[in-house]
Design a protein. Structure first.
Length: 291
């Protein structure tokens, strides 16, 4: 079994966080949360396990106890990868989300912390994988009807739920056209090899990066617009505020106070102040001939 320190070294966790976790691990009663840690490895049980764990942990202002528990649960995830013979590099790339989220917390709040436990059960339960620049999640959903327009995601969902592969874009992804195409190709190979029953699933993506508004703010040659071009965007939830955390690092700032350190931040701020909405788009990956 890996210790928290060993996982921290494997995943490039900041040294300050690693030391804090190693101290916590010395006295933490893992037996008291054994059932919850095991359930974090279940695709159908991780959400309830996370909620139960939060109740048991009590006050945990910077999320270190939750992070420690999830690192301990990661031993079950590692065993699952080894059983399926999934390469260790994919395990490391996928689980580095934990150190990435800790670093993002520092960028947003000026201190290390962990507040993404609502998300990381996907990685621990073997639903989500980092493959190249992008992440791919095994999921089920009802795909919006492409014949209804793109004004409101909620208004256009119809039909039956289906198995899908949902694409996510990590904050550290270098989204060149070449990197994204390589990611799609590697993902196709990955699912054929390790989840053959899901190999024919459609790839979908729900993200602020697919917002049609970005075409007014970026050049046609930008990586984001090139990424959009690979998708048929079938809905646009204009009211989503997801983009604020990614573009401005915080979602609680007044529009007039938003930073203008990059051209995207400057253009988007002006767009928002003029009454524009960014929101998020939902798209279906267009398959190229031969794919």
């Amino acid at each position: 079994m890996f210790t928290a320190g060993e996982f921290c070294e494997m995943l490039d966790m900041p040294v300050q966080v690693q030391r804090r976790l190693e101290e916590l691990e010395k006295t933490f009663d893992f037996e008291a949360v054994h059932a919850e840690l095991s359930a974090l490895n279940g695709p159908d049980t991780w959400r309830d396990a996370r909620n139960a764990l939060r109740q048991k942990l009590g006050e945990d202002p910077d999320g270190y106890r939750m992070l420690l528990c999830m690192l301990r649960s990661m031993n079950g995830t590692y065993a699952y990868y080894m059983e399926r013979k999934i390469p260790k590099q994919i395990f490391t790339d996928t689980m580095e989300c934990f150190s990435r989220f800790v670093k993002e917390h520092m960028a947003s709040f000026g201190r290390y912390g962990f507040d993404r436990d609502f998300w990381t059960g996907r990685q621990l339960s073997g639903l989500l994988y980092r493959i190249g620049a992008l992440e791919f999640e095994l999921t089920r959903d009802v795909v919006p009807d492409s014949g209804q327009g793109v004004e409101s995601e909620k208004a256009v969902r119809s039909g039956e739920e289906e198995e899908l592969i949902s694409i996510h874009i990590p904050s550290d992804a270098v989204m060149t056209v070449e990197n994204c195409e390589e990611s799609f190709r590697l993902a196709d190979d990955f699912f054929r090899n390790y989840f053959p029953g899901r190999a024919d699933n459609r790839y979908v993506c729900s993200s602020w990066l697919l917002s049609p508004a970005l075409r007014e703010l970026l050049s046609r040659q930008s990586n984001i617009v090139q990424f959009q071009n690979r998708f048929e965007i079938v809905s646009w939830n204009k009211d989503s505020q997801e983009f604020m955390s990614w573009v401005y690092k915080r979602n609680d700032s007044a529009l007039a106070e938003l930073p203008e350190d990059t051209s995207l931040q400057r253009n988007m701020k002006a767009y928002l102040l003029a009454g524009g909405k960014v929101g998020e788009g939902y798209g279906i990956l267009r398959r190229k001939k031969g794919e």
